[in-house]
Design a binder for this molecule. Structure first.
Ligand SMILES: Nc1ncnc2c1ncn2[C@@H]1O[C@H](COP(=O)(O)OP(=O)(O)OP(=O)(O)O)[C@@H](O)[C@H]1O
Length: 231
């Protein structure tokens, strides 16, 4: 039987005067990849924030099987380009959860930073300023920063949006590899091909769960027609 990393029961969450998630019951299998899909505004990012623990639900219960702090990699647009940081410094910020911002990095920290940059293919960018990177390069830096955190639960909000095919594939490979190593990965995505390659799929509409299960059982032709108007 699959172990649950997170189990959500009857969750309600939203913003001032705007309820978003309603009576949401869903599960996130451990050491596997879960895709959260749904049309624009269906509540995918809100669900990730709830899983990250940065957005407290107004009702319902969340059960977690492991206690380490989740890592939440937000959309590219949410990160300022103006920060005077190099790629390496940005990825190293992923270690703050372990060491705090002012402590020197240990050899183990530096290994985690190098390994994350290697996995995302950005080692040659290490000394470049964040502000001088292309959007796709910056996105890979943010995912590398998330990896460097070595959290049990890695939450990625639209990690492949705006990326070219090679970068999309490298992120898909990274998600597969870290899941095989024991990390639980949840990604919100509009990339239905990436969703199909996941182990578990959660389909949202208007903040409600429509279906969860194996991608082929959730992303059926009739679901694509009904919820995205696709033929
Ligand atoms: N900070 C906020 N304040 C108020 N309402 C918000 C806020 N963030 C999101 N919302 C609203 O909550 C609803 C769900 O938004 P959310 O970003 O979770 O959806 P999403 O499925 O991730 O959308 P998209 O695919 O467009 O990224 C939307 O109606 C949105 O307008």
């Amino acid at each position: 039987m699959t172990t649950c990393e997170v189990s959500l029961r009857n969750i309600a969450a939203g913003y001032a005067r705007r309820p978003v998630l309603r009576q949401l019951t869903a599960s996130v299998p451990q050491s596997a990849i879960t895709a959260v899909v749904g049309p624009n505004g269906s509540g995918k990012s809100t669900l990730l924030s709830v899983l990250a623990g940065v957005h407290p639900p107004t009702a319902g219960t969340i059960e977690r099987s492991r206690s380490s702090r989740p890592c939440f990699v937000v959309q590219r647009s949410a990160v300022s380009d103006a920060l005077p940081l190099t790629v390496r410094e940005t990825v190293a910020m992923g270690r703050w959860a372990h060491r705090g911002p002012w402590r020197r990095l240990t050899a183990g920290d530096r290994r985690a930073v190098d390994d994350s940059m290697e996995r995302l293919g950005i080692r040659e960018l290490a000394s470049r300023q964040l502000g001088e990177l292309s959007g796709g390069q910056r996105q890979r830096v943010l995912v590398a920063q998330g990896l460097a955190q070595e959290a049990d639960l890695l939450l990625l909000d639209e990690p492949t949006t705006g990326l070219d095919v090679a970068a999309r594939e490298s992120i898909a490979t990274v998600m597969r590899d870290v899941a095989a190593e024991g990390t639980t990965v949840v990604h919100a995505t509009h990339d239905l091909a990436a969703a199909r390659e996941s182990d578990h799929c959660v389909l949202l509409l208007d903040g409600r769960l429509i279906e969860e299960g194996k991608p082929q059982d959730v992303l059926t032709e009739s679901a694509l027609r009904e919820f995205w108007g696709l033929r």
